[in-house]
Design a protein around this ligand. Structure first.
Ligand SMILES: Nc1ncnc2c1ncn2[C@@H]1O[C@H](COP(=O)(O)OP(=O)(O)OP(=O)(O)O)[C@@H](O)[C@H]1O
Length: 272
């Protein structure tokens, strides 16, 4: 498949746009450990982009570079063509980037609704003082935020558990609530950290469907990392494959599946 400045058309006929985020020659080290070695790739408007690789390949490190949490020692991250400095998490959120975590990061004692509501924080303009003075305005904002949250709760089919404390939910549903919270921020770029990890087959199918629906319905660009190659192949438009911190493949699922270096990495063929 070839890409150009304008974008490309996917196998299922969707138009993908220009470059949203570009990783240029990224190298990230932890002391003597080189977690990412000179990797370049881009993420385009509207696409579902996966980063896969065996254990320790450097996927989480890469997601943390994309999210702005890690600052690479070498290379640049360009967001909408502009070099991006290291940013605090709230700045990242303000830029329209939201994420989920591998180890679910929700407030266990709070209801589903309240957890999803926390995803709206970046959209809440009223300060405590202005809420006191302009009570009506703050109330209107609260109603608008509630409406958005209810829309997402309906979309992800979690209406029946909206009042349930998150701590009481099974794993698969917690993952869905985390997705709901990230969506509540109305992100332009959604980062998913192993969204299918620890799920059974049915839960994986549900999550795949929701990821596709989010991309289709809201036009959200999605970048996800996954350990399991199988689950992302049907889902992704393009896939980056990492192994031992290096990029060993980049292309459509079909291209990546037929790449000998990728096949060897997943079969555990020795590097010497
Ligand atoms: N905070 C850290 N401090 C030191 N070394 C780290 C740190 N984070 C990652 N590493 C090392 O960097 C390398 C890449 O790790 P990373 O977690 O990014 O891989 P991964 O592909 O996400 O692995 P997994 O699939 O097991 O989660 C590993 O050798 C790991 O031990």
């Amino acid at each position: 498949m070839t890409t150009n400045d304008i974008g490309y058309v996917t196998a299922d006929g969707r138009q993908i746009g220009g470059v949203m985020m570009e990783m240029k020659n990224i190298t990230l080290k932890f002391g003597g450990v080189v977690a990412i070695k000179d990797i370049s790739f881009d993420i385009r408007e509207g696409e579902i982009r996966a980063i896969i690789g065996p254990n320790g390949a450097g996927k989480s490190s890469m997601l943390n570079v994309i999210s702005g949490f890690y600052n690479p020692q070498e290379g640049d991250v360009l967001f909408h063509g502009k070099k991006r400095p290291q940013m605090r998490p709230y700045k990242v959120a303000q830029q329209g980037i939201a994420r989920t975590f591998q180890n679910i990061a929700l407030f266990e004692g709070m209801s589903v609704l309240d957890n999803v509501m926390t995803g709206r924080l970046t959209h809440m303009k009223s300060s405590l003082i202005s809420q006191a003075i302009w009570w009506g305005k703050a109330q209107a904002e609260e109603v608008a935020n509630r409406e958005k949250v209810e829309e997402i709760i309906d979309f992800l089919e979690i209406q029946s558990i909206r009042k349930t404390p998150v701590g009481r939910l099974p794993y698969g549903l917690k993952k869905r609530v985390e997705l709901a919270r990230a969506l509540a921020a109305e992100p332009k770029l959604l980062l998913l950290d192993e969204p299918m990890a620890g799920m059974n087959v049915e839960e994986k199918e549900d999550m795949s469907r929701f990821i596709l629906d989010v991309n289709d319905e809201f036009g959200t660009t999605i970048a996800l990392i996954e350990h399991d190659m199988g689950v992302v192949m049907d889902l992704s438009d393009r896939v980056v494959v990492m192994d031992y911190g290096k990029k060993i493949g980049d292309g459509t699922p079909e291209e990546v599946r037929n790449n000998q270096e990728v096949i060897d990495a997943y079969l555990g063929v020795s590097h010497d």
